[in-house]
Unconditional design. Structure first.
Lengths: 520, 355
């Protein structure tokens, strides 16, 4: 009997299949099995969604009784065995049928294989059909339960502007996936990528030194541009925004304003134009009050006082300067449009400053693409761009409304080739509408049931049967859903540090195992 | 007709048709009542010790060696009975184990026979035409199905020992004694050949009727007569005194506690030709008697029993298949119902005749 033979089909319907397996076959949730219909030659792919125990005894509670006897024997230190385990014990795997492969083509399941069809592990040759769906940005290999097959998979770069989600509980591999995806994008050279890095982990791998950063990628020297207000390993630019490029929307990300304050702000903005923030900082309250009074409408000194203090805080931000020639904004946008990767390291900035910078740059990108879309003929030559946002719930949470620039990108970006990459540990905080805009979603391990259920609604594939799998995913194990893949693809994301070895020839990326009998 | 309980539990349509023809034929014959035919089943008593004191316990050291074990058991049943007509079914099956794993098994579909008890003598001659054992009893057997099952078992034993690896253990359900209705040469030949070729044969009785000095059955007490479990977690005692070479008892008779947690000791008969290996054979038997569900009983025999038995479910299936065949042959359905119904009541009375 071949090593890949793992059982026989026993039931039950098009939507839910079961197979009996040997008592010692290692089966795990998320594993893919294959039932071969001998009559038609169709190879049905089944995703294991649950595994349970079975035994052949007709006696009620046989297993409980046997366990009781074992415990008794254990206590007395006597030895015993289970004879004939192949015959008496088995495992029952519950599966959701993914579809069938026939002539290297994948088809949705509309029928069931014949009774008692033989179940085997999928062979690499059958799974080759997936290569058609692999996309050009490869981030991992096909995963079958806990093992990996040599079928590289990823996403299609053309879908980047249709937004992307990366959801995982902390430590499950979001940042690693980000680095691998960035590598793939740098290697392709066809897409712009803007990464905001609040934790300072992407450029050089961050603290500790055991992790590698994007700068360690061989393509970094030509395709990566990092900006920061701190000293980074290797070449990088100085993150700098002239004060006159800051808009009200940007500071609205970090302060909340009353209606009166907002009106005053707009009055300042209109009065002083691009100089509004400087004037707010440097004119005294009396002058401000006087200059802003128009007819009967006037502003209270206390209102202007609050605005002034806030403006001063902004002027104190490390990355804000007063020299309008020192802007990195245009630089960054230009690089993105030419298909480069830009890393904005905000690790030593305050939370408020970081949020504001993110907002300013995101808006700059969106506006530039939009403007080129509306006016110039060279829009077609612009590289599509993806803006990756760590801790995206901070600016995209449903509770904070949906008017900011990040929401705008999600709503309108696809038209202008600007996509939003939403990285978060808590997708449940995002609105359903926003989630439904995300074309590709990488689901890594998610412990919280509410997080899982919210994705269930927005995923482009039915992943309702996969709750247990998502819960049990280990770091780096993912499911990828998108409208272009035939089913939620189980992936093992390459570990970035190993991925880099492909350039030094030490190892193949992903540290993939050979298919062995512990395949599941 | 496919069966829910396995390939071997079915009866081919052709075989059912033959039975139907045969029944048609039989009912064309006489309807006289059959007097019970006594058969001399006695081979004398095995000459046992007077009490357990004369049978000191010996320790069994099971070394867990990965022996190959064959277990053989038979199954039989009476499907229908009425007047002198009886329909019976029987077979024997074998399982082969090594180190807890079932290596192979074989069990045919049962043979089914419809016969007239008045003509049983002709019947048995016809059935035994290719038999290696000669039927020597002066009277036809009272229970033909028992003899046929016995013969099937021993023919299977004969086949198994000739294909078994040297050093294997062959376990049989029951005891090692001559069947007085048949020429002893057959069984003796098997046992002698086996011992000579290092195939060890032992028989285990599920429930013994032997007793010492007219007391309770020997296997009734859980500790074999005294508390030996502490000193001897696994033990055996020889119950028979030396047997004359001509004895119909073909094995030495023992009582054995095969696992410290056994619920009772079992009577074990070991091929007399193989008595120098008694200790080793007990060690082998104990090695396969440590299944958690059957502590103290050899698991392979339990498996052989399950394989070969014709249980009530299968019996009903057989009755159904033959009933259909009779329909096809235009046999009056009420007669078959009568034959089967009659046996139902009898079965309920003396428990299912499943062996
Ligand atoms: N694809 C992978 N293969 C193997 N191990 C991985 C993989 N991805 C992540 N890990 C392991 O998990 C650890 C945490 O990964 P990572 O920092 O990417 O998680 P995270 O989701 O970004 O966590 P946080 O929420 O803290 O930002 C890594 O240091 C690594 O050991
Ligand atoms: Mg992270």
């Amino acid at each position: 009997m071949s090593q890949t033979y793992i059982g026989r089909l026993v039931g039950k319907s098009v939507g839910e299949l079961y197979f009996r397996s040997f008592y010692d076959t290692p089966l795990s949730i998320g594993g893919i099995a294959m039932a071969v219909d001998e009559q038609t030659g169709r190879k049905f792919l089944l995703r294991i969604t649950d595994v349970s125990y079975g035994h052949e005894s007709a006696e009620a509670n046989w297993a409980e009784k046997a366990a009781g006897r074992m415990m008794e024997e254990d206590i007395h230190g006597r030895s015993y065995r289970i004879h004939d385990p192949d015959r008496r014990l088995y495992k029952l795997a519950k599966c959701s049928p993914l579809g069938y492969v026939y002539n290297n083509q994948f088809h949705r399941p509309r029928s069931i294989p014949t009774h008692f069809s033989q179940v085997t592990l999928p062979d690499p040759q059958t799974m080759e059909f997936l290569k058609e769906y692999s996309g050009d940005l490869i981030v991992g290999d096909l995963r079958c339960g806990e093992s990996v097959m040599d079928i590289p998979l990823g996403i299609d770069g053309r879908s980047l502007a249709q937004h992307l989600g990366i959801f995982a509980t902390t430590g499950m591999g979001k940042s690693n996936l980000m680095k691998v995806l960035a590598s793939a994008i740098m290697e392709s050279g066809r897409y712009g990528l803007l990464i905001f890095d609040p934790h300072g982990e992407y450029h050089d791998g961050g603290k500790g030194g055991e992790n590698k950063g994007l700068v360690d990628h061989p393509a970094a020297s030509t395709r990566l541009f990092s900006y920061s207000r701190r000293k980074l390993k290797g070449e990088h630019g100085n993150l700098s925004i002239p004060v006159n490029e800051i808009e009200i929307e940007d500071i609205e990300q970090i302060f909340s304003f009353t209606q009166a304050q907002r009106e005053a702000l707009w009055a300042v903005r209109i009065k002083y134009n691009k100089e509004w923030l400087r004037k707010l900082c440097h004119l005294d309250i009396e002058t401000l009050t006087e200059e802003l009074t128009a007819g009967s409408s006037t502003f209270q000194e206390s209102t202007l006082g609050v605005l002034k203090r806030r403006a001063q805080r902004i002027e104190d931000f490390k990355s804000v300067n007063f020299d309008s020639t020192l802007s990195t904004k245009g630089d960054i946008v230009g690089k993105l449009q030419n298909g480069y990767t830009v890393l904005v390291d905000t690790a030593n900035l305050s939370g408020a400053e970081e949020t504001m910078m993110t907002s300013i740059l995101t808006r700059a990108v969106l506006n530039s693409y939009r403007w080129k879309y509306q006016t110039e003929g060279d829009f077609d030559n612009l590289a599509p761009c993806l803006i990756m946002l760590e801790e995206a719930q901070r600016v995209l949470a449903a509770s904070a409304g949906d008017s900011n620039v990040f929401h705008q990108v999600v709503r309108e970006g696809r038209k202008f080739k600007v996509g939003m990459g939403v990285i978060t540990q808590q997708p449940k905080l995002l609105s359903e509408e926003l989630l439904s805009q995300l074309n590709s979603i990488f689901i890594l391990g998610l412990a919280d049931e509410r997080d899982r259920s919210v994705i269930r609604f927005s995923a482009k594939q039915d992943i309702s049967a996969l709750g247990t799998e998502i819960q049990t995913l280990a770091a780096g194990e993912a499911l990828l859903t998108s409208p272009t893949v035939p089913f939620a693809l189980p992936l093992k994301i390459y570990l970035y540090e190993q991925y880099l070895n492909r350039y030094t020839g030490e190892d193949k990326p992903g540290g993939r195992d050979k298919i062995a009998d512990d395949f599941f | 007709m496919p069966s829910a309980t396995g390939e071997h539990n079915r009866l081919e349509r052709k075989a059912a048709d033959q039975i139907a023809d045969r029944l048609n034929c039989l009912f064309g014959g006489g309807q006289d009542n059959l007097p019970a035919i006594p058969s001399d089943n006695s081979i004398g008593s095995p000459h046992l010790v007077d009490s357990l004191d004369d049978a000191p316990p010996r320790i069994i050291n099971s070394n867990g060696s990965k022996v190959i074990v064959y277990a053989i058991d038979g199954g039989s049943t009476v499907l229908a009975r009425g007047g002198n007509i009886e329909v019976i079914a029987w077979r024997a099956g074998m399982v082969k184990f090594r180190d807890c794993k079932r290596l192979s098994e074989s069990c045919p579909s049962p043979r089914v026979l419809a016969y007239n008890r008045l003509a049983v003598k002709d019947q048995i001659e016809e059935l035994l035409i290719d038999s290696p054992a000669q039927y020597i009893a002066s009277q036809p057997p009272a229970k033909l199905v028992d003899e046929l099952r016995w013969l099937a078992e021993w023919r299977l034993i004969d086949g198994v020992i000739h294909s078994a690896e040297a050093g294997s253990l062959v376990l049989i359900d029951g005891s090692l004694r001559c069947n007085p209705a048949f020429d002893m040469k057959f069984q003796r030949g098997i046992l002698a050949w086996a011992a000579e070729h290092e195939i060890h044969i032992a028989a285990i009785t599920k429930q013994s009727s032997l007793s010492l000095s007219q007391n309770l059955p020997i296997d009734l007490k859980s500790d074999g007569g005294e508390v030996v479990a502490d000193r001897f977690p696994k033990w055996y005692r020889q119950l028979n005194r030396p047997l004359p070479a001509s004895s119909g008892w073909l094995g030495n008779i023992f009582l054995a506690g095969l696992h410290p947690d056994a619920d009772k000791p079992y009577r074990v008969d070991i091929n007399r030709h193989d008595e120098t290996n008694t200790e080793k054979i007990f060690s082998m038997i104990a090695t396969v008697s440590d299944d958690i569900e059957f502590c103290g009983y050899p698991y392979p025999l339990a498996a052989a029993h399950r394989l070969a038995r014709i249980d009530n479910l299968f019996r009903q299936e057989l009755i159904g298949v033959i009933g259909q065949a009779l329909d096809r042959k235009n046999f009056a359905p009420h007669i078959w119902e009568y034959l089967v119904g009659d046996i139902h009541e009898k079965l309920n009375a003396d428990m299912v005749q499943e062996k």
